[in-house]
Design a binder for this molecule. Structure first.
Ligand SMILES: NC(=O)c1ccc[n+]([C@@H]2O[C@H](COP(=O)([O-])OP(=O)(O)OC[C@H]3O[C@@H](n4cnc5c(N)ncnc54)[C@H](OP(=O)(O)O)[C@@H]3O)[C@@H](O)[C@H]2O)c1
Length: 295
């Protein structure tokens, strides 16, 4: 039975991966997060851990000796990273490098979650794993640096770049675009959404399946684990309104310029999933299939 350690297991993605692996019943599961377990079960052992506490990380990894470590811990809010650059480097770069060193030392495979925000979004096409990152904000910059640390340090690793993840979140987890739009429209509130930024939205359950495939392959490298359709944020909002029979006239599409956000964001950062399709047999659900669980 493979021993798997999920770090950041209270987070939106980390918990779904934990649940997905738990359902299989074929893994010995350990889960870590900064705060207490948001949903304890008998199927995993939970340990509180701050990934910035290097001795604690080293001791824990030596104690568990996991076959695979999945790192979902991050400072993942772009605006927060822009305003707290030192904290973003400490968690998204330095702690990742330390984790990579520990994994390399113990011979554990490291699977690390990254983002489409490593790209500048200036291409009007889907980005492949071969494209050169050029982040436009601090979050993207730190995530790219984290990737580089892993590529330098680890001999057995996978970097899973994911995009605008949506799905049903647990209480206490941050929201996502679908939940935000649905909640606002259900409350009869107007919503402004960007109409000229494009992504390949990804159902959180597909990320969990993609990451499990990365446990099972022995290949190292970067993999794009995303949805199969490129949509603007405004198109996503309209599709949510239509699917849940909500009032689409409450949606106001605006340009990036009009939105005037303090943190720059890439225009086109949809990811090509061709490599994951060929090498991992990864086939995501459609946007509407993903929405189904939020009924
Ligand atoms: N969600 C998206 O749309 C999206 C898009 C692109 C990329 N990603 C990437 O996917 C990964 C997971 O994202 P997510 O949405 O699941 O993020 P999330 O919900 O914010 O979860 C991140 C988790 O990291 C944990 N954490 C933060 N600082 C920590 C520390 N010092 N020590 C230990 N744990 C710490 C937090 O634990 P506690 O809750 O216990 O405090 C939190 O649950 C990230 O790498 C992110 O960059 C996400």
């Amino acid at each position: 039975m493979k021993k798997i350690l999920i770090i950041g297991a209270n987070g939106f993605v980390g918990r779904r991966i934990l649940d997905q692996l738990s359902e299989q019943g074929t893994y010995e599961l350990f889960a870590c997060s900064l705060h207490p377990d948001i949903q304890p079960t008998e199927n995993h052992t939970f340990i509180r851990l701050d990934i910035q506490d290097y001795p604690a990380v080293e001791t824990l990894l030596e104690h568990i000796a996991p076959d695979v470590v999945i790192n979902c811990a991050a400072l993942s809010a772009p605006d927060y990273c822009e305003q707290h650059p030192e904290e973003a480097v400490a968690i998204n770069v330095e702690a990742v490098a330390n984790l990579a060193e520990c994994c390399e030392h113990l011979g554990s495979r490291l699977i690390h979650l990254s983002t489409d925000f490593v790209f500048d979004g200036k291409e009007n096409r889907l980005y492949t794993e071969e494209d050169t990152p050029a982040p436009v904000n601090y979050y993207g910059q730190t995530k790219h640096q984290g990737e580089q640390e892993i590529e330098e340090i680890c001999s057995d690793y996978a970097i899973a770049r994911v995009v605008v993840i949506y799905g049903k979140a647990l209480p206490g987890q941050h929201g996502n675009i679908v939940q935000l739009v649905k909640n606002r429209l259900e409350a009869g509130e107007e919503i402004r959404v960007v109409s000229d930024q494009y992504r390949t939205p990804t159902w959180v359950a597909d990320v969990a399946v993609g990451v499990e495939r990365l446990i099972l392959t022995e290949k190292s490298g970067v993999y794009h684990i995303a949805g199969g359709e490129q949509l603007s944020i405004a198109e996503m909002a309209y599709r949510v309104a239509d699917y849940f029979h909500l009032d689409r006239s409450l949606i106001h599409p605006v340009s990036t310029e009009e939105m005037n956000e303090a943190t720059p964001r890439p225009r086109y950062s949809g990811l090509s999933i061709e490599k994951a399709g060929i090498e991992l047999d990864y086939t995501p659900h459609t946007f509407e299939e993903g929405l189904e669980e939020m009924k």
